[in-house]
Design a protein around this ligand. Structure first.
Ligand SMILES: CC(C)(COP(=O)(O)OP(=O)(O)OC[C@H]1O[C@@H](n2cnc3c(N)ncnc32)[C@H](O)[C@@H]1OP(=O)(O)O)[C@@H](O)C(=O)NCCC(=O)NCCS
Length: 272
């Protein structure tokens, strides 16, 4: 059993002594998600922010839409010091765990216990909701923060690699039999937010591919090699789009033109 400090979020408390008010993230503050994420990522790895959906021009509108739905996919929390926002976190729950999608403390409020208070709150919520674990992804180049999690009892369970490169299918035309469905709603989403999911049937099999900006198709390949059929289908849809592959391998066999941009570890704190 992990020991944790008693949670205390007194209403209206001042931040000087490390007291914060834990509240849902206020709509007026949704825009800080992208701003803060860019601020902490860029100095550490300038190639990663543009590969996240936070960098898309419509991300704040997207999160407003998502949070206004009856059962939002994710929950947004914040720590406030009076009127000022000090920290935010986004999480989701499934049967197995609470997953922290995003988490940051404003640079002006760092090293005053806000990060610890937010993690206490997230772990407390997981326990309260009967989830046996908290999980999150941490970039390997964010090493100070990685050590913070290790010190707190989180363990590394897997590693993922981010690779980008041109679609190698150019050499293998003509394309596979491919149908795009829900195309109109995908286009609408893309026009509004700058990202979208494209649902395809390639040679009879269902596939979903994420489009990011006008530049990338994002493919989560896990342990699998890239499917030539899918690559040919994507090439026939948009030959100009590069591929952004999230893989369990640091290089893609047979594709030397792909560059390793980043790596992250999945971390898990067991609460039982
Ligand atoms: C990581 C982050 C949230 C920590 O917030 P914070 O409010 O500054 O942290 P706290 O003051 O509550 O300190 C929490 C613990 O982490 C340690 N810590 C925090 N930042 C650290 C750093 N840069 N290097 C080493 N240790 C650090 C503290 O010593 C403290 O340890 P303790 O509990 O044993 O005393 C903050 O640095 C941040 O927003 N970073 C950028 C965003 C980010 O990396 N998010 C995580 C994505 S996975």
């Amino acid at each position: 059993m992990i020991s944790r400090s008693k949670l205390s979020f007194p209403s209206g408390a001042g931040h000087q002594n490390g007291d914060w008010q834990l509240l849902p993230l206020k709509t007026r503050d949704f825009q800080i998600i992208s701003v803060w994420t860019r601020e902490w990522m860029d100095p550490l790895n300038p190639h990663v922010y543009e590969l996240t959906k936070f960098s898309c021009p419509g991300y704040t509108d997207y999160i407003k839409m998502q949070q206004s739905s009856l059962v939002p996919e994710t929950i947004l929390l914040a720590l406030y010091a009076g009127n000022d926002i000090a920290a935010f976190a986004e999480y989701s729950l499934d049967e197995e765990k609470l997953f922290v999608n995003n988490f940051a403390v404003d640079a002006r409020f760092r090293n005053r216990g806000a990060g610890r208070a937010m993690l206490d709150a997230l772990e407390h919520i997981a326990q309260d909701q009967g989830r046996p674990a908290v999980e999150l992804d941490c970039f390997v180049w964010n090493d100070a923060v990685l050590h913070m999690y290790l010190k707190r009892g989180y363990l590394v369970t897997s590693t993922s690699y981010w690779l980008t490169g041109p679609n190698p299918a150019a050499a293998f035309l003509p394309s596979e039999a491919c149908a795009v469905y829900e195309s109109a709603s995908s286009e609408d989403c893309h026009n509004r937010y700058g990202f979208s999911t494209l649902r395809l049937k390639v040679n009879g099999a269902d596939q979903a591919v994420f489009r990011l900006h006008e530049r990338y198709f994002r493919i989560v390949s896990g342990d699998n090699p890239l499917s030539p059929g899918l690559l040919r289908a994507l090439y026939s849809i948009d030959p100009g789009r590069e591929l952004f592959v999230i893989s369990k391998q640091p290089e893609l066999a047979g594709n030397p033109s792909f560059q390793l941009v980043s790596a992250s570890v999945r971390m898990r704190l067991s609460l039982s």
